[in-house]
Design a protein around this ligand. Sequence first.
Ligand SMILES: Nc1ncnc2c1ncn2[C@@H]1O[C@H](COP(=O)(O)OP(=O)(O)OP(=O)(O)O)[C@@H](O)[C@H]1O
Ligand SMILES: [Mg+2]
Length: 256
Amino acid sequence: MSDNTEIKVEGLTHRYDAREGPLLALKDIAFSVPRGRFVGLVGPSGCGKSSLLMMLAGLVVPSEGRITVAGQPVTAPAPDRIGVVFQESSLLPWRTALENVVFPLKLRGLPKAEREGRAAALLDLVGLRGFESRYPHELSGGMKQRVAIARGFCQDPPVLLMDEPFAALDEQTRMTLGDELLRIWDAHRKTVVFVTHGLTEAVYLCDEVIVLSGRPGQILERIEIDLPRPRTWEVMASEAFGQLRERIWSLIRVQQ
Ligand SMILES: Nc1ncnc2c1ncn2[C@@H]1O[C@H](COP(=O)(O)OP(=O)(O)OP(=O)(O)O)[C@@H](O)[C@H]1O
Ligand SMILES: [Mg+2]
């Protein structure tokens, strides 16, 4: 393994025991991600993107195959190494926004002042200053999702797995948070795996996009997004940007 490899997936196949019998969700998945790379994962609904992310996070054990992160096998969740922000934000309803963000840091034994300072700064970053003491039921769907994003960032793990983190948000917030994510990624050189249905979002954010087939999910193609950064309006309006987006769409369209 080269020193630069952060995530390595080999021979991964997964079957669920569904009520109707075994369901083959993912088949022969293999890829590796160098440290600091921003990788997108796209594919039709139900092709196994969330399943793959849960396996990378150590939350689901694959039926076959092997996953390592920084050379260590992934066998159980390790939030200090691998952070996750899921599709449906799962906040603790009896804790305030600030407490939800602080919670993982508390588990890690960080001093109170430090963890609350860090959590408040991140809530500010996602546009929730003034909402620190609200409970989840007092927040909108988009605000809850932003608390979950702050919680993912707060743990400051070297690997960040994100499952459609911006899907429930309006376009403006999505773009603002996308830029924030890029800023954090750039400043801390995190390795990111980002699931999205947004093809423009994928091309805008990623260094590479992995396109999965319909179920059972298999890698159809890995597309290098060799566009300059920052991805300005000019870059977004360029022919190259449009062609990359089209290429991804042409692969997914026939899989729907
Ligand atoms: N716990 C489970 N038990 C049985 N089947 C499951 C389970 N979780 C997921 N599946 C099935 O595995 C397949 C892949 O699901 P998954 O949620 O990974 O897809 P996805 O690509 O994330 O879809 P979406 O884009 O809609 O979020 C689906 O057919 C789903 O029904
Ligand atoms: Mg999903």
